[in-house]
Design a binder for this molecule. Structure first.
Ligand SMILES: [Zn+2]
Length: 356
């Protein structure tokens, strides 16, 4: 049965018959639902696994989704941990947890749907259109439009590693509040490209943020812990989850502009920058070597800011993106102070260890 045409969004309501794909979920219940979005070459259904958890108490409805890009799987682990942590007595409202949105991409460990289509460029989709548009439409109507807000979990693209950060349209006060609550150090203001889940959901009245952390094809325990904590922070802020000890970041800045430092030469990359490092204009951040091990050129930063993304590939051609820098101007002093404090705390701990 297709309930999507009859369901009317009732934000914050605790209506008894909350439905996804024709399956009802009542307060205090958890349902594991397969949402059919397409069909494979084998005539079998393409189904998205959806866990709907309804609290005993009334509250908002939220989606937390991962793997819209099929190879960005760290969010799969975050969603798994989130489902494990939920409890009907503590949860207020309805949590829709989707560990994998892009099923064909996940099965082939690719960012894309078949025909090299990026699902995250096709929202809100079309009822009748190409394969990507129809999957996007089904997901958007069955999940997104039933929610009051959402969180979309991504990782860096293939061959890159990111500093965990949150992206969203910070001009939108609801998006900004979600982003701030998440608790990441860096919040990047960008409304998102047309057709992306977070942009289209926000424009449809469902404020949505994106968490970007880690690498493709991998689980990182550190990223999973930070991601789970962030999701629970947001749920707590939205009164879906009991207030817990919010671990605030040492600093939090909204970055409006970022740019890549690119290689000018081909060769082997020796890079001295890690995600989270502060970089100043003119800094030597690495070298490019020829196969004999001789330096072809040194890479100088033309930017001042914090490294939010770094290539994980050890080779370059002219134009290869090497370091993604969130530009800092007014906030630079704040970040410098915080980095200095963290360094002196670490040094103190080392000294105490040596003495002890
Ligand atoms: Zn992505």
């Amino acid at each position: 049965m297709d309930s999507s045409d009859t369901h009317i969004k009732q934000p914050g309501s605790q209506e008894d018959a909350f439905q996804i794909s024709g399956v009802s979920v009542r307060p205090g219940e958890t349902r594991e639902i397969y949402l059919k979005v397409s069909e494979s070459f084998l005539s079998t259904p393409i189904q998205i696994p959806v866990t709907v958890i309804r609290g005993m108490k009334a509250g908002p409805t939220a989606f937390v989704v991962a793997a819209v890009h099929g190879d960005e799987i760290n969010g799969v682990d975050i969603v798994r941990r989130l489902i494990f942590d939920m409890d009907h007595h503590q949860l207020a409202g309805t949590l829709i947890a989707v560990p994998v949105v892009n099923i064909p991409g996940f099965l082939s460990q690719s960012r894309y749907l078949p025909y090299h289509r990026d699902l995250n460029r096709f929202f809100p989709g079309k009822r009748v259109g190409n394969n990507a548009e129809m999957i996007a439409d089904r997901f958007f109507r069955e999940i997104v439009l039933k929610c009051d807000f959402g969180i979309d979990l991504h990782t860096a693209a293939s061959g890159r590693v990111n500093l965990p950060h949150v992206r969203g349209d910070m001009r939108n006060s609801k998006v900004r509040a979600l982003a701030r609550a998440f608790g990441a150090k860096i919040l990047i203001h960008h409304q998102g490209v047309a057709g992306s889940l977070r942009r289209e959901a926000t424009e449809a009245g469902v404020p949505t943020i994106l968490f970007e952390a880690g690498e493709t094809g991998k689980f990182s325990n550190r990223v999973s812990i930070e991601g789970l904590r962030g999701v629970l922070n947001v749920m707590s802020k939205m009164k879906m989850w009991p207030k817990h000890e919010l671990k605030r970041p040492p600093f939090q800045v909204i970055v409006k502009s970022s740019d890549w430092i690119r290689a000018r030469k081909g060769g082997i990359l020796d890079l001295n920058v890690r995600p989270g490092d502060l970089i100043y204009e003119g800094d030597a951040i690495g070298s490019i070597l020829n196969p004999f091990g001789r330096t072809v050129t040194r890479i100088q930063s033309k930017l001042t800011g914090i490294a939010i993304g770094v290539t994980s590939a050890p080779i370059t051609v002219p134009g290869t993106a090497v370091v993604h820098v969130a530009k800092l101007k007014k906030a630079l002093a704040l970040v410098e102070r915080s980095v200095r404090q963290t360094r002196s705390r670490k040094n103190l701990r080392k000294k105490l260890k040596r003495k002890g």
